[in-house]
Design a protein around this ligand. Structure first.
Ligand SMILES: [Zn+2]
Length: 271
């Protein structure tokens, strides 16, 4: 599943080809995405000028002079910039054709991804309105996490994976950030001290920042905006390393299940 770093990598990849261009037309080959595309979807986008491409959590926001295209990649979606004459292949559901002769092509084999056309303030859209802060933006820090944790009895790992607390901390990044901060994932969020929450916020920002720098972690079905598979993988300390020696202390990494997700930690480094 594309995580926040892959979505940010996609944004950086597609934005230069989109910003400043006009949408010449839209080709819809498959309406049945996670939410069906409305009949007038293509007509409403045609002719719009694209101002900029932003990201909020794992949504891409293509802002135009008449509304915003809200795109989510779901489990297996990708957005690529191609010459519009390149013949579509299986699962190429939508083309946003630009006045430059290129197109933004949405491919999604499993169709858990979505496209919405939003007029008005996109931040007020029901999909975005209740999201917590961005982990890479000012305002996200350990004091904020500590304050929010007062009311949470859940384990700290589930706390930081809650999108209403902070967006974009998926399973890989939660495990890795807790390792870097030296915090046992099962610790109740409200029992983590302010000082350790500061270390955790710093670790979350660092693991996501590192992942963006290398273009996102490896995903077997993830394709970069330039069409290359996402083979890059940052050095992982605990994720999917059960039984292997900790890179710091050589203690075998443990795997447990928390909230139906696998959690990995070092029983010696994380207390
Ligand atoms: Zn260790």
């Amino acid at each position: 599943m594309p995580e926040l770093p892959e979505v940010e990598t996609t944004r950086r990849g597609i934005a230069p080809a989109l910003e400043g261009r006009r949408i010449a037309r839209v080709i819809v080959r498959e309406r049945r995405l996670r939410w069906p595309l409305p009949r007038d979807f293509a007509r409403r986008l045609a002719g719009r000028h694209i101002l900029r491409v932003r990201r909020r959590a794992k949504y891409l926001l293509v802002e135009t002079d008449g509304g915003t295209l809200l795109a989510h990649l779901g489990m297996s979606g990708s957005l690529r910039i191609l010459d519009r004459r390149v013949a579509p292949v299986a699962h190429d559901h939508v083309d946003i054709v630009l006045d430059s002769g290129r197109c933004l092509r949405f491919n999604d084999p499993r169709r858990f991804g979505s496209l919405h056309w939003v007029t008005g303030d996109p931040a007020a859209h029901p999909l975005l309105a209740r999201l917590g802060p961005e982990p890479l933006a000012p305002g996200f820090d350990g004091d904020y996490l500590w304050q929010r944790a007062r009311r949470h009895r859940v384990a700290v790992k589930q706390f930081i994976m809650n999108a209403q607390v902070v967006v974009g901390v998926g399973n890989i990044y939660a495990s890795e950030a807790l390792f870097r901060a030296g915090i046992r994932p099962s610790t109740q969020a409200r029992r983590v001290s302010r000082v350790r929450m500061r270390a955790l916020a710093t670790a979350i920002t660092a693991v996501l920042g590192d992942a963006i720098r290398v273009g996102g972690t490896t995903l077997r079905d993830y394709v970069n905006p330039d069409g290359m598979p996402g083979y890059f993988r940052q050095k992982l300390y605990v994720y999917e390393r059960a039984g292997e020696p900790c890179r710091r202390c050589r203690t075998p990494i443990r795997q447990v299940v928390q909230g139906q997700r696998s959690t990995y930690y070092c029983p010696s480094c994380q207390r």
